[in-house]
Design a protein around this ligand. Structure first.
Ligand SMILES: [Zn+2]
Length: 306
C-alpha cells in the first residue's frame, strides 16, 4: 500500500471547462498550480478562497499556457495579490499577449491577460507544500509545458502531459509546423524513467496506476503515429466539445459556422478531412452525442449535462 497524498496538498478537481487546480500549503501561505478557464474564474476564486481558510495565496504557477489552465490567472491575481510564475518559454508570449501562440483565437477560446512575475525552466526546483518540486520539460501537447515532480514521495503534477487515460491534444500536428507527436514520445520516455506513486493530472482525479497510464498513453501515441488523421479527429472532437460547453447550445448553422471559421477546425479539415462543413458538423455532433456529451433538442445541439 502506498501512502496517501500528503495533507499539504489539496486538489480542486474540476470538470471541463476548467483544469484542476492544486493547492500546496506551507504553514500560513499557499501555492496554486493552474487556474482554470476564464468563464469559471469566479468559481475558481471562490474554491481557492474556501480552501485557503484564512491562509494567504502567495504564488500561482502554471504547467502550460492553455486557456483552461491560465484563464483564471488574472482573476486569481486580483483576488489574492499573488505572484504568477509561468514556464520560461511562455513568458514572452504572455507579455505580448500573443493570442495565436496561446491558441486562443486558433481554438475559439478566450482568457484574460495577466502579468508574469517569475519564470520557471526545466531543471529548476521550488518548495511548495513542504515538498521540493523539480520542473521537468514535457513538450508535446504544449511545446513549453512543464511537469512538476517530487522525488521523495514520488508525486507527479502532470498537467496535460499525462492523464489516467491519454494526454492533451497534439495541436502541433493538426496546425502544422511543430511535430508534437515526436515530442510527446520523448516526454513519455522521460516520464517512464521516474518513480511515481501518485499522479495529480491536469484533468481527472489523482491516480496511482502509473504503469497503466503510461501504457495507455503509449497506445494512443502508437495509434496516432499509424494514422495521423486520428490526431486531427481527437483535436476537433475535444475542442468542439469545449466550444459547446462554453456556449451550451448551438444551432446547426452555428456549428457549421464554427467549423468553417475557427482556425483549428478549418486547418484540420483542410489538411485531413476534406469535408464540407455540414458533413463535418454531422460527424462531430454524432461523436459527442455518442459519447454522452451532447444531445439534440430539435435542431439545437445542447451540451450534456447542460
Ligand atoms: Zn493543455
Amino acid at each position: 500500500m502506498t501512502a496517501p497524498l500528503p495533507e499539504s496538498i489539496q486538489v480542486l478537481e474540476r470538470g471541463w471547462l476548467s483544469s484542476n487546480s492544486v493547492l500546496l500549503f506551507d504553514g500560513e501561505t499557499a501555492t496554486l498550480v493552474d487556474s482554470g478557464y476564464v468563464t469559471e474564474a469566479d468559481e475558481t476564486v471562490a474554491l481557492v478562497n474556501a480552501a485557503l481558510r484564512g491562509r494567504t495565496l502567495t504564488r500561482l504557477i502554471n504547467t502550460h499556457s492553455h486557456s483552461d489552465h491560465i484563464g483564471g490567472n488574472a482573476a486569481v491575481q486580483r483576488a489574492f495579490g499573488c505572484r504568477i510564475t509561468v514556464p520560461e518559454a511562455l513568458a514572452p508570449i504572455v507579455a505580448r499577449w500573443d493570442r495565436t501562440a496561446l491558441l486562443l483565437d486558433v481554438a475559439g477560446q478566450n482568457a484574460e491577460p495577466f502579468s508574469v512575475d517569475e519564470t520557471i525552466a526545466p531543471g529548476d526546483t521550488f518548495v511548495a507544500g513542504g515538498l521540493r518540486w523539480e520542473a521537468i520539460a514535457a513538450p508535446g501537447h504544449d511545446a513549453a509545458a512543464l511537469v512538476f515532480y517530487n522525488r521523495e514521495h514520488g508525486i507527479l503534477l502532470s498537467g496535460d502531459a499525462l492523464w489516467a487515460d491519454g494526454f492533451g491534444i497534439l495541436f502541433g500536428n493538426v496546425l502544422g509546423g511543430y511535430d508534437a507527436l515526436s515530442d510527446a514520445r520523448k516526454t513519455l520516455q522521460t516520464l517512464a524513467s521516474l518513480t511515481v506513486q501518485w499522479v495529480i493530472p491536469g484533468h481527472g482525479a489523482p491516480f496511482q496506476d502509473y504503469a497503466g497510464a503510461l501504457e495507455r498513453a503509449w497506445g494512443r501515441l502508437t495509434a496516432f503515429a499509424e494514422a495521423p488523421e486520428r490526431i486531427a479527429r481527437n483535436a476537433v472532437r475535444a475542442c468542439f466539445a469545449f466550444y459547446l460547453l462554453e456556449h451550451q447550445r448551438l444551432s446547426r448553422d452555428a456549428i457549421c459556422r464554427a467549423l468553417a471559421t475557427i482556425p483549428l477546425f478549418v486547418q484540420a479539415n483542410d489538411r485531413f478531412f476534406h469535408q464540407p462543413p455540414e458533413a463535418l458538423a454531422e460527424w462531430v455532433a454524432s461523436a459527442l452525442v455518442a459519447a454522452g456529451r451532447a444531445r439534440w433538442e430539435g435542431d439545437t445541439l445542447v451540451a450534456h449535462p447542460a
